[in-house]
Design a protein around this ligand. Structure first.
Ligand code: NAD
Ligand code: UDP
Length: 379
């Protein structure tokens, strides 16, 4: 029997625009953590835009059939784009592995997604988080320096702003204050290291992309967010309730100073976020760009938890069971971006809004009820 996701791949390829295979190939970029959610979607956009990629991932948070195979997410990206993804099962902390890689390819730049990202796990395992995220980045930049590759895009987060002193959050908002967990601090510490690096040597060109709340999936339904454990984040939890994998959603807090009492976030569609990386790459490779610069990637608009639940019900036609519960420790009431700097300097703006975020998440969830392992689960 042909799996559902393969049928949809064939359908998507038959209706999507023809590839301009004669167009000139662009540079080769090293992608760390490219098997994960944001990396895989960014790679799909990069391949469509004629970049070549070499991906490293240690498979700690993405599904591969075994240790020697590339992650399923990247196999799907290859099907989707009809392009090859070179993959190495390499850890960013493995200096000799990284050095070999830098000697084997000529990288124009590095996009660094690899990190551990669970807030709650980081509270239980701070040392592992600092080791992986901070020491791991140090190891990566050391290898880049040794091999004279000095252009880097770093996956940062709105969490570096801590508790907002004003809204919307601009890039000038102070960072590093009142960050409540080691994950957030690991993002902040890494930003500081990268800033110091750029002050020390003006050949370095670094862009810090501060993501707000990435949600959604590729419109083909072939790639999406695939939590390996019980989801911590709202959207994947919500969609697992909709598909029947979980009984109900706990809404954390209904007494925030917001119109419906639930938290407000700036949800951004994963395709918009992925395209933000293309614009950042263009900026980074422009000879006029210097130093280290941060950009918010958000829509500039906040939606509450209950507004997202209602939108999901509307597009999926499913009722979402939810219970209003206690606030989650460390959560903030309202967080949303001012994305104007990215519009002005990167020529980037988020175009996809809440219904499309829910529609694309739902398509991915329906077609892959158990994520990338769905095929293996079939009898
Ligand atoms: P993800 O877990 O889906 O992807 C990260 C990938 O990195 C995984 O495939 C994992 O196996 C790999 N990885 C982890 N440690 C590694 C190591 N030491 N060596 C090699 N590979 C390693 O996460 P994501 O949602 O795609 O996030 C990507 C980046 O964006 C992370 O840096 C994260 O902190 C940042 N970010 C994510 C969000 C979000 O809500 N998803 C928000 C803000 C920032
Ligand atoms: N949230 C919730 N139930 C969940 C997960 C999250 O009510 O199961 C809420 C959370 O309290 C916050 C919002 O949804 O107000 C977004 O949380 P998420 O973990 O997705 O992202 P965060 O903004 O914390 O990085």
């Amino acid at each position: 029997m042909i799996p559902y996701w393969l049928l949809s791949c064939l359908l998507y390829l038959s209706i999507s625009s023809p590839k301009l295979s004669e167009a000139k190939q662009k540079a080769t970029v090293l992608i760390t953590g490219g098997g994960g959610y944001i990396g895989s979607h960014t790679i799909a956009e990069m391949l469509d835009d004629k970049y070549s990629v070499v991906v490293i991932d240690n498979l700690s948070n993405c599904y591969a059939f075994n240790d020697t195979e590339k992650p399923e997410s990247l196999k799907r990206v290859e099907m989707l784009t009809k392009k090859k993804v070179i993959f190495h099962n390499t850890d960013i902390r493995d200096s000799s592995g990284l050095n070999k890689l830098f000697k084997s390819y000529k990288f124009a730049a590095v996009i660094h997604f690899a990190a551990l990202k669970s807030v709650s796990e980081s509270v239980r395992k701070p040392v592992e988080y600092y080791e992986n995220n901070v020491a791991g980045t140090n190891s990566l930049i050391q290898a880049m320096k040794n091999n004279n590759v000095k252009k880097l895009i770093y996956s940062s987060s709105a969490t570096v702003y801590g508790s907002p002193q004003y809204l919307p959050l601009t890039e000038k908002h102070p960072t590093g204050q009142n960050i409540t967990n080691p994950y957030g601090k690991s993002k902040y510490f890494t930003e500081e290291i990268l800033k110091d690096l750029s002050y020390s040597d003006n050949e370095w060109k670094i862009i810090l992309l501060r993501y707000f709340n990435p949600v959604g999936a590729h419109p083909s339904g072939l790639i999406g967010e695939d939590p390996t454990d019980i989801p911590n984040n709202l959207m994947p939890y919500l969609s697992q309730v909709a598909i029947g994998r979980r009984n109900h959603l706990d809404v954390f807090g209904s007494d925030y100073p917001t119109p419906d009492g639930t938290g407000i976030r700036d949800f951004i569609h994963i395709t918009d976020l992925a395209i933000g990386h293309l614009r950042a790459l263009e900026k980074l490779t422009n000879p006029a760009f210097k130093g280290c610069r941060a950009y918010n990637l958000g829509t500039g608009k906040g939606y509450s938890v209950l507004e997202l639940v209602k939108a999901f019900e509307r597009v999926s036609g499913r009722r979402i069971n939810y219970k209003l519960t206690e606030r989650r420790k460390g959560d903030l009431a309202i967080v949303y971006a001012d994305p104007k700097l990215a519009e002005k300097e990167l020529n980037w703006i988020a175009k996809r809004y809440i219904d499309q975020m829910c529609e694309d998440t739902w398509r991915w969830q329906r077609q892959n009820p158990n994520g990338y392992q769905s095929d293996q689960d079939e009898p």
